[in-house]
Write a protein that binds this ligand. Structure first.
Ligand SMILES: Cc1cc2nc3c(=O)[nH]c(=O)nc-3n(C[C@H](O)[C@H](O)[C@H](O)COP(=O)(O)O)c2cc1C
Length: 188
């Protein structure tokens, strides 16, 4: 069960933008993050939710999509995320958020997949622009952005090939391939 969910939880970057993501779905996902582990139980993460076309349109250009796909600038209109969760660190609570935001993202992604959605984590974010556009106070460090929607792309996990490349790529049918290292190569 958990294995199925984790295997299905790929990074999806093309969505059916007409499949609406509402506030209550996003709140449910944040509630999963709330119940996730937190270093020293400080719980310094805060979240900004977006599910309206207007706010989504502000966040979209602040993300850098699929760095390895050099000839692809991100999803076209109609295939863009239907919602976002911006993960912030509240510096009034802590100055160092450790790995809390990564754990929170994975919890929320697994919850999204279980609900029939999917998404992608963004660490490559135009932070200054996002802060300005959404008027995010300096008290909050912008950590990660989670883009969410109903995936329309097929993603395949492959084993890393003889050339050793870990770069994801797309084939002629626009299937997205993600090379993963073999289990025996990970365990020392
Ligand atoms: C911390 C973190 C930051 C990431 N940042 C980006 C990003 O800025 N842009 C992007 O397109 N994908 C981003 N990704 C997605 C990775 O590219 C993706 O996880 C990787 O290619 C493996 O694919 P998979 O998630 O399907 O296993 C990020 C993933 C993580 C965990």
């Amino acid at each position: 069960m958990i294995r199925d969910l984790i295997l299905k939880n790929r990074s999806y970057r093309r969505f059916d933008e007409s499949a609406v993501m509402d506030e209550s779905t996003l709140r449910d996902l944040v509630d999963l993050a709330r119940h996730s582990p937190s270093g020293a139980n400080l719980q310094g993460l805060k979240f900004i939710l977006s599910w309206t076309p207007q706010k989504n349109a502000i966040i979209f250009p602040c993300l850098r999509w699929a760095g390895y796909l050099k000839d692809w600038g991100g999803p076209e209109a109609g295939e863009r995320p239907a919602g976002y969760i911006i993960l912030l660190g509240d510096t009034d609570i802590s100055k160092n958020f450790g790995v809390d935001h990564g754990i929170a993202c994975q919890s929320m992604l697994l919850g999204a997949v279980e609900k029939g959605f999917g998404g992608c984590i963004f660490g490559s974010v135009r932070r200054d622009e996002l802060r300005k556009q959404l008027d995010i106070p300096e008290q909050y460090e912008i950590l990660l952005v989670l883009a969410l929607g109903k995936p329309v792309e097929q993603v395949m996990v492959d084993e890393v090939g003889a050339d050793g490349s870990i770069k994801y790529w797309r084939d002629e049918q626009a299937v997205h391939h993600v090379p993963k290292r073999a289990l025996d190569d990970l365990i020392l």
